[in-house]
Structures are given as structure tokens and as C-alpha cells.
Design a protein around this ligand. Structure first.
Ligand SMILES: C[S@@+](CC[C@H](N)C(=O)[O-])C[C@H]1O[C@@H](n2cnc3c(N)ncnc32)[C@H](O)[C@@H]1O
Length: 213
């Protein structure tokens, strides 16, 4: 089966379990705070790969006037995201299609979406985000640091698989700089997996400067 198709089906199946485990995780809250520091109270945000809307819920609790459009490939995730964030506009979309969006945004959040995108698709996503941002717009993007050669299928406790892509900061940084993003923050978090092993999670926050075209 196509790698992406299996990944999408797994996410759709595991939406409820993901919500149970991650809806109230506070590990990344300080990184959301750094992102919020760059936003005006009424900013228009796009969230890509929003899952059950856990990040949107945190952002809206802190800044209730934000106007959030949130998308995800999984209809079940979108159902949960909409329930968890009645004021947001949540809809199904593949992150590879965001260039079709006709609005501009002051901020874009992509929380652990690129672990499910290949390097070329990630490069396109960064480019598309640049086009969708207003001047001074801010991009939040998180990923799992690792050797891209170790990318492959991963199965969780249910046995369902996703194709998981490790990304290297130096490659992502080069993509962002090529699109004239100014890197504001790079934060690392140590994440303990169920099996006791630790992963390095990285969060980059970058700004699209004025007149970057
Ligand atoms: C690890 S979850 C992240 C959820 C949330 N953003 C967070 O940080 O907790 C990954 C999400 O990305 C979505 N996803 C994976 N590939 C996608 C794609 N090509 N387009 C849109 N969403 C995708 C999955 O459906 C899932 O909801």
C-alpha cells in the first residue's frame, strides 16, 4: 500500500487514542508561549496537521480572539478538533495541498506533521507556508531529529503502522533560510516513549521578514 495512504488510515483510526494521550500534555506549552509572544491578539492562524486540536485549544485558551483555521488529513481528527475548538474553522485537507488555500495568515503552526512527510514534501510545505504568511508572519514547526536513513514504518501498541520520517535540523534550516525565514528559536525537548527510550523533539519558530520576495 502507498506509504502515505497507510499513514492516513492509521491516524484516522487512532484519533480517539491520540486525543486521550496528548490533549492535555504540557511538555510543549513553553514553545507555544514563545509563538504567542510574536502574535497580535486578533491574529489569523493556520494550523496544519492539527490532530484533535490540542495546540489550537491551548492557543485559544491563552489568546481567545485568535482566528484559527485548522486542517488535518484525518476526518476523525477534524471531528474532534472542531468539538474541542468551537470557535475555530476545522476541515479535512492534505498538507500537500495547502497551496490551494486562498487566504493569508499571521501565523502557521505545524505540530509534528512533517514526521509524516518526505524531505521533498517538507521542502514544498515550507515554501507553501512562506507564500501563505503575511509579512512578519510566524511559522511554528516541530519534528523529530534523527537520521533520515532511519525513516520507515513504525507500529504502536495497536499494531497499526505509520511511515515515520526523521528530519535533520541542518536540512530544515537550509530550506527555511532559502525561503528567507529568520530563525527566532530552536528548542529541544527530550520525549520519553512508552518503551522507556528517549527521542529528541525539536521545535523551530521562524519569521517571514518584511519584503522577503
Ligand atoms: C503526531 S500528530 C500531531 C497532532 C498535533 N498537531 C500535535 O502536535 O499534537 C500528526 C497529525 O498529522 C496528521 N497528518 C499526517 N500526515 C498528514 C498530511 N499529509 N496532511 C495533513 N495532516 C497529516 C495526522 O492525521 C495527525 O493528526
Amino acid at each position: 500500500m502507498d506509504k502515505y495512504k497507510e499513514t492516513f488510515e492509521t491516524w484516522d483510526k487512532l484519533a480517539g487514542l491520540y486525543q486521550e494521550k496528548f490533549m492535555h500534555l504540557d511538555l510543549y506549552d513553553d514553545t507555544y508561549d514563545l509563538f504567542c509572544n510574536e502574535l497580535e491578539p486578533h491574529a489569523a492562524l493556520l494550523e496544519i496537521g492539527c490532530g484533535p486540536g490540542n495546540i489550537a485549544a491551548y492557543l485559544l485558551k491563552k489568546m481567545p480572539e485568535l482566528k484559527i483555521d485548522a486542517n488535518d488529513i484525518s476526518p476523525n481528527m477534524i471531528g474532534l478538533a472542531q468539538l474541542n475548538n468551537p470557535s475555530a474553522h476545522c476541515y479535512v485537507m492534505d498538507s500537500r495541498d495547502i497551496s490551494q488555500i486562498e487566504k493569508k495568515f499571521d501565523g502557521i503552526v505545524a505540530g509534528f506533521c512533517i514526521p509524516y512527510l518526505s524531505v521533498p514534501d517538507t521542502r514544498q510545505l515550507v515554501k507553501d507556508c512562506n507564500n501563505l504568511l503575511n509579512e512578519n508572519g510566524v511559522l511554528y514547526i516541530s519534528f523529530v531529529e534523527g537520521n533520515p536513513g532511519d525513516s520507515g514504518y513504525k507500529a504502536g501498541s495497536t499494531g497499526d503502522r505509520t511511515y515515520f520520517y526523521y528530519h535533520e535540523w541542518k536540512v530544515l534550516e537550509e530550506m527555511m533560510k532559502k525561503d528567507n525565514f529568520e530563525i527566532l528559536h530552536l528548542i529541544h525537548k527530550s520525549y520519553k516513549r512508552n518503551d522507556g527510550s528517549e527521542e529528541l523533539h525539536s521545535i523551530a519558530i521562524a519569521k517571514k521578514p518584511k519584503h522577503s520576495d
